[in-house]
Design a protein. Structure first.
Length: 198
């Protein structure tokens, strides 16, 4: 830890499909209409040419569901898209020996314990987070996930948006070198209810 602390505000952050209510001062890379290859190219350009430090990726939309999981959501396509986009960012971070990779997604099992794709995706994302964290630790790259509770007023209230930004900033801080491989729930404790009910 250096004597002079730098914050996430000093980092060059790129994001994909950050919801408007989050009001995060980050530079967007691509959009939801892009194909996986187009998104991968956009991410590669952002990190290879612009020298970004952080990639905050939203694999599943955090808005527009009104507290319900996206029932027509394509699990396989989402996984492939996530892998393709993050591979480009990881390649550039590894070459530079520094970076922060963040995943932010709805806490789907908390919403719908009976919905198998939600559980499958949450398990896959947790495994991806920890696997990449182990792989990239020696290269100065941290990998973490924040799962957001989507019901009971979260995350659309201003207070919830502030808390989500704080959680993300904790992980992407330049001095957060030992904080990696973590999955944090920002859900008002709803994840405990889900765990204890099974």
């Amino acid at each position: 830890m250096s004597a002079t602390t730098t914050t996430a505000q000093d980092m060059r952050v790129r994001t994909h499909c950050s919801p408007a209510w989050l009001a995060a001062p980050w530079t967007a890379v691509g959009d939801a209409s892009q194909s996986p290859s187009e998104l991968a190219t956009a991410v590669n350009n952002a990190f290879d040419q612009d020298g970004a430090d952080v990639f905050v990726y939203f694999p599943v939309p955090l808005e527009g569901t009104a507290g319900e999981p996206p029932r027509d959501w394509d699990l396989v396509a989402t996984i492939e898209r996530t892998r393709g986009a993050c591979a480009q960012a990881v390649r550039c971070m590894r070459a530079r020996q520094f970076g922060r990779l963040m995943f932010v997604a709805p806490s789907l099992p908390t919403l719908a314990p009976e919905w198998p794709p939600g559980w499958e995706f949450a398990s896959w994302l947790a495994g991806l987070t920890r696997g990449l964290a182990l792989e990239l630790a020696a290269h100065g790259v941290t990998v973490n996930t924040v799962l957001v509770g989507m019901d009971g007023g979260l995350p659309w209230s201003p207070d919830a948006a502030d808390e989500l930004r704080h959680a993300i900033q904790l992980f992407i801080d330049r001095d957060a070198n030992y904080l990696t491989g973590q999955v944090m729930h920002v859900c008002g404790g709803r994840s405990m209810v889900s765990i204890f009910s099974h």
